[in-house]
Design a protein. Structure first.
Length: 132
């Protein structure tokens, strides 16, 4: 059982274990015994208004925001990738009051940019790692 697994981990020098795991909204997340956590999820969207002149698309009104499943005390990495190779992002994380900071982050915000016009829907794959 669990005691044998804990003993095996100790014997192998593995001390970092998953202490909690769950789903929340778009997210699947894990918290580890060393204080680190990770969350990942995906959303499908239609990038309406994206043309070849996409740098204009960086206004706040065009940002996509996802609430994180819990507050990250410090975000070490945040990434968004797409199933369409023509799209890439500028990414920011923010605290509850909307300030861009990697400390006490509650949201991830990303702006989509494309070298070509994109009219079809796309999938955004989001990953966040840090401490909790």
């Amino acid at each position: 059982g669990a005691n044998n697994a804990a003993g095996a981990r100790t014997n192998l020098g593995i001390s970092n274990v998953v202490t909690a795991e769950g789903n929340s909204g778009i997210w699947h997340w894990r918290k580890y015994s060393n204080g680190y956590a990770e969350a990942w999820g995906s959303v499908t969207f239609t990038p309406s208004g994206m043309t070849n002149d996409n740098w204009r698309w960086l206004s706040t009104s065009h940002a996509s925001t996802q609430s994180l499943p819990f507050t990250f005390k410090k975000v070490m990495t945040a990434d968004v990738s797409y199933n369409n190779p023509a799209i890439f992002s500028i990414i920011g994380v923010a605290n509850a009051s909307g300030a861009y900071t990697s400390i006490n982050a509650t949201n991830i915000q990303y702006w989509c940019i494309s070298a070509v016009a994109v009219a079809t829907s796309a999938d955004a794959y989001i990953y966040v790692c840090g401490t909790y």
